[in-house]
Design a protein around this ligand. Sequence first.
Ligand SMILES: Cc1ncc(COP(=O)(O)O)c(C=O)c1O
Length: 398
Amino acid sequence: MSDPTRFQLPGVAASLSGSIAGLPETPISEVAMTVFGDPDVVPMWFGESDIVTPAFVRDAAARGLQAGETFYTWQRGIPELRAALSAYTSRLYGIDCPADRISVTTGGMQAILLSCQLLLDPGDNVVIVSPIWPNITSAAKLVRAEPRYVALDRRADGGWSLDLQKLFDIVDGRTRAIFVNSPGNPTGWTMSQDEQRALLDFARRRGIWIMADEVYARLIYTRPVAPSFLELAGPDDPVLVLNSFSKPWAMTGWRLGWLTHPAGLGDQFAKLVQINTSGVPGFLQRGGVAALEQGDAFVDEMVARCRAGGEQVFQRLSALPQVRIARPEAAFYAFFSVEGVTDTLAFCKKLAKEYKVGLAPGEAFGPGGQGNIRLCFASGAERLSRGLDRIEAAIKAL
Ligand SMILES: Cc1ncc(COP(=O)(O)O)c(C=O)c1O
């Protein structure tokens, strides 16, 4: 988020790279800036829980720091973390996923950007299933690729579904990748294994990459884990699976994620990591090892917390006749519409300023997002209740 006190140098934008100067502030930041620093606002706009990383993870990182792990480290992650990720993936999906297919990144965000840097040249396009977290569009634009969208369809029950044929139809000769975030932010839509299989067959036939963002794979309320492209893709298939410690282990501030890719791409990712960040601090990676090896009970707690939060939000909002909302099935967002509210950016600004509750406007999430509002429910009941009281008051006053 930009700092409102920053210097505004006249004409400076014209002297910057067009790919960054031309990127707009996201509408989520626009809303947040209207009440910048106001402690009374109940924040439900960003995608994180209100609990601190569990102590056993913090302790493991602290031990690494105390032991002096302060030097430059492996570009693709310390061997212990890559081995732990390999074991975790094998355990979760019952597949063999050797460590040479895994590279550690500075959060899921950097996994996205590295993947764009690896695959996309200026003028290429990437087909993105939307509504979608806006940073994915921004990463594509930063490497001067064209984001193209295929919007999910809203079903009568308020849920979402993908018309795969629509996706196939917008792929053309300049399409280098298809970006699928499942379970999805902001919708919670989850791609079925059959749909994944059909998409993978298409990608293989057409020589196109799949960028599968699976950062919410563990946060699903209808089954133990969401279907993953890792269960279908062979070791040399054109598939990159992006993941992160942020959501399941409450580690958003750690900036720790990983990529699973064909083994032959390890050297390319090592180069890209070196140029971008030169690696994730070694002592932080120790926290990642602890999360993977001892963190299953915590993930269960997180899932239970989010399931309860989603249910609380669903019960309160679905009781309002103006609200159209589906029971959340995955990820940790409610994405709902309010009858009579078409400009959700203006409505979210009003909610922030007058009602002191922070929500994200649907415009931020690309085609299919307009007219909806995103609420993150990864919080405790008391905070959610305070936020919901304010949202209800605003809706009743319409
Ligand atoms: C869909 C999606 N992908 C990736 C990320 C990146 O997560 P992080 O960079 O915190 O690991 C987020 C964060 O909100 C997300 O919603």
